[in-house]
Design a protein around this ligand. Structure first.
Ligand code: PLP
Length: 483
């Protein structure tokens, strides 16, 4: 395959045909959702060594390769994919990836791709508007208006959480960038905050012990009444609170922390409020579901992944700030070959971003929104949230299943209880189901108790699929009992 337009068209046609076939079979629920062959066997099947050593991938050979590659991927478009918080991508997002792959349009410096950066900025403005932090008249307003928020897209929620906490540190301790992290800084946060929060704190040199856990209830929702005692103890120990972190929503159960109440606490005590909305901030797009984030406007920073609930492929996340000035204080660094003074045309993101080179990730969300419109995105989120509530009812109607809490998002935990509720049994059930490959689900521990876990992220997953899943679980459980 040559690197020229003629070869490009020839191979693209083959790839599009193969992908369209994959999509149509997956969406129709044909075949297994997941097949896991041994890794060495798979490497042989795809003839990886041969292709690496000899090259010579023709369009026809690429087609043969895809025949080995595609069946051995996770089939996210299959309605039985009810697993991780990873989007079932809209084909429009795929187009953005495809274009980016051909032209390589990074979004770090305006002069490296003006149109890509314009898209990122408008996407950020759109997200800011959903939070209530955008003061412009139209999304293409790029001026920094008093009271306006600001934001940046990052490669994932973990990088976004790190950026938000760096911003919080710069606010309370502007010298930390040069002098290092003072040892009196602590972060208060949900005891089930996503691990990327603790990781960020360690990366920042504050030590894991700087994360002070605030208790959660049985279903992982932060207890606001525990904030004051933890805060008091920190103060008595001579600590300064750098940030308070809330979940919107909790990774295991999908339930939202009381954002409004935590926001009040932070305001009264003059504390930086960070909302980790990696999964659940997308509800802001839905007029019916956005109430779960009531009070988010009071936060200082918000993380929002689009590759979870916004139908974009991995990765695209946003870190948003109530005050755009935050962008200028977070990274206090200059690199002469990138940050030299120049006539400013457009806008660089590099000075505000953890990454140096960054892909044009905003184009993914733009393409999906351009295909479906805001209303289409809101309908998608409504549909997934409503279906999850309905699926809970269906599961609970069966005497041998228990789904203990009312879901607030599209994440649902439940157990098959006929043969007991033991952790090991639930985990074995899950593993056996995944091994069979007819359904893909996950499992999670909530307060030490193991549950089967669904993320209802595929718009094609319907009540009938949940009933089929329940039958499969019963069959597997009975088989396990016989062993
Ligand atoms: C609440 C929360 N925060 C952060 C993350 C990390 O996001 P990413 O996988 O995009 O790095 C996750 C991932 O599941 C999450 O659930």
């Amino acid at each position: 395959m040559k690197n020229n337009p003629k070869a490009f068209k020839a191979v693209a046609n083959v790839v599009v045909e193969k992908l369209a076939d994959y999509l149509s079979k997956s969406q129709a629920g044909q075949g297994k959702v997941l097949v896991q062959k041994p890794i060495a066997e798979l490497a042989e099947l795809m003839q990886l060594e041969k292709w690496i050593q000899t090259g010579g991938f023709t369009p026809q050979a690429a087609g043969g390769f895809l025949d080995a590659y595609l069946p051995n991927t996770q089939h996210l478009h299959h309605p039985h994919y009810i697993g991780h918080q990873v989007a079932v991508p809209h084909v429009a997002s795929g187009m953005a990836d495809f274009i980016h792959g051909v032209i390589n349009s990074p979004a770090s410096m305006y002069e490296m791709s003006p149109s890509t950066i314009a898209i990122e900025q408008v996407i950020v403005n759109w997200m800011l508007a959903k939070v209530g932090w955008f003061k412009g008249m139209k999304l293409s307003d790029m001026e920094t208006i008093a009271g306006n928020g600001g934001g940046i897209l990052t490669h994932g929620g973990s990088a976004a959480n790190l950026t938000a906490l760096l911003a919080a540190r710069a606010a309370i301790s502007p010298d930390a960038w040069v002098e290092g992290a003072p040892n009196d800084l602590v972060v208060l946060g949900s005891e089930v905050a996503h691990y990327s929060i603790a990781r960020a704190i360690s990366i920042m040199g504050m030590g894991k012990k700087a994360m002070l856990p605030v208790a959660v209830n049985d279903w992982e929702v932060l207890k606001p009444e525990d904030l004051m005692p933890v805060y008091q103890r920190a103060k008595e120990a001579g600590k300064r609170v750098m940030a308070v972190v809330a979940n919107a929503c909790a990774t295991s159960t999908g339930l939202y922390d009381p954002i409004d109440e935590i926001g009040h606490f932070c305001k009264e005590n003059d504390l930086w409020f960070h909302v980790d909305g990696a999964h659940g901030a997308s509800a802001l797009v839905s007029p019916t579901e956005r109430h779960f984030l009531k009070g988010v406007k009071r936060a200082n920073s918000l993380v929002w992944d689009t590759h979870k609930m916004m139908q974009t492929s991995t990765l695209c996340a946003a870190v948003l700030f109530k005050d755009y000035q935050t962008l200028n204080t977070t990274f206090q660094q200059k690199g002469s070959y990138l940050f030299h003074d120049k006539e400013a045309i457009g806008r660089d993101t590099i000075t505000h971003s953890l990454e140096c080179t960054k892909a044009g990730i905003g184009t993914k969300l733009f393409w999906v929104l351009a295909a479906e419109g805001e209303q289409g995105m809101a309908n998608f989120i409504d549909n997934q949230y409503q279906n999850t509530r309905q699926f809970r009812q269906i599961i609970n109607e069966h005497a041998d299943f228990n789904c203990p809490y009312v879901p607030e998002s599209n994440i649902l935990c439940f157990q098959y209880i006929k043969f007991g509720t033991g952790n090991e049994f639930q985990l074995t059930l899950r593993n056996e189901i995944v091994q069979r490959g007819n359904f893909y689900i996950t499992s999670s521990e909530v307060k030490g108790v193991r549950y089967l876990r669904l993320t209802v992220i595929n718009p094609l997953t319907a009540a009938s699929h949940i009933r089929d899943l329940m039958e499969e679980i019963i069959e597997v459980a009975v088989d396990l009992q016989k062993k």
